[in-house]
Design a protein around this ligand. Sequence first.
Ligand SMILES: NC(=O)c1ccc[n+]([C@@H]2O[C@H](COP(=O)([O-])OP(=O)(O)OC[C@H]3O[C@@H](n4cnc5c(N)ncnc54)[C@H](OP(=O)(O)O)[C@@H]3O)[C@@H](O)[C@H]2O)c1
Length: 346
Amino acid sequence: MTAQSPAATRVLVTGATGFLGRQVLRALMAHPRARPVAACRNPARLPADFPGEVRSGDLLDAGYRRRVVRDVDVVCHTGTWGAFWGHADAERTHFLEPALDLLEQSRRAGVRRFLLASTVAVAAPSRDGSPVDDFAPPAPTGFWPHADRLIELDRRMEQTAGRDGTGMVTLRLGHFVGAGNTLGLVPALVPRLRTRLVPWLAGGRGRLALTADTDLGEGVALAALADGLEPYESFNICGPEFPTMREVVGFLAAETGLPAPRFSVSYGAGYAFGRLMEALHPVLPGSSPFLTRSLVRVAEDRYCPTDYAERKLGYVPKKDWRTAVRESLDELRPRGFPWPRLAQRV
Ligand SMILES: NC(=O)c1ccc[n+]([C@@H]2O[C@H](COP(=O)([O-])OP(=O)(O)OC[C@H]3O[C@@H](n4cnc5c(N)ncnc54)[C@H](OP(=O)(O)O)[C@@H]3O)[C@@H](O)[C@H]2O)c1
């Protein structure tokens, strides 16, 4: 770790033991201007070389939420409960309500900046191939409570931005790829490909906004430390390329020896099948539905350029998606590509 100046920015990272949180911690550890503070439930799972302050506790505990944001400059809310389908009540009690309160406690504690790890999937997909702007209006799904609660939280951030000097930054992160990612496209797709029941969606022509592990960490760290931001900001944080579904699934198939899809259906048919699978999930075997409507939503065409993040944050994505996907596969292969739960445990 680099020596820190006394004026280093104290950055609290929630979910510091999660996939995203670990990447953010690592990026901040390498940054001379940052003093990262790890917030997590189980400090034993933090990187062994993390030298900084640890504040352990559960974000469902109101007292902890009040204490954890004291004496920090920036809060990166990167550790949240979440699910790829349904769970509407838990999304309120385990995600939205604690997050709204953490936001309020941060403001009261005089935190200068609050960052939210959101997703590119809150906006509507590219229409006619056009880019999706960083500030494109969020488009509630009506079927994916996690995305819809993220939109609600973002709206509150925009409404209260700058109040008491607390700036708000929404990060529209691309779909995560890399070793250690458990709730994501690669771990979800590979066991499904094995069933030979996965179709192309719209011919596999949709571009996927993927972001590799280290680019995620760097993007969030830069947004935590940047000078000259407006009271409310929103940034696309994606990788250097936007491969099509056909390229990504073709690559997965080639790397694993599994068959690529043999037929294609429209997004509409994908949504209808996803809805059916979600409805039948309680009576079918398995921890999660075979297809969820959220998976269809993330597979829609999304070209979300990062020029604004480059201009204001100096964010330049570097890691090739193929490298990150390969690293993820190398980690999952010895475990036989297990079926992941598409929801965190309540
Ligand atoms: N997957 C994607 O492609 C994607 C894309 C864009 C945005 N996101 C957002 O990024 C978030 C983080 O994703 P991830 O892949 O890093 O998930 P993850 O690996 O499951 O990490 C989630 C973290 O949140 C912590 N956490 C959950 N409930 C908590 C609580 N009550 N108190 C304290 N900590 C709690 C977990 O703690 P433990 O380690 O103790 O379990 C874990 O460290 C997601 O929720 C999602 O909203 C995801």
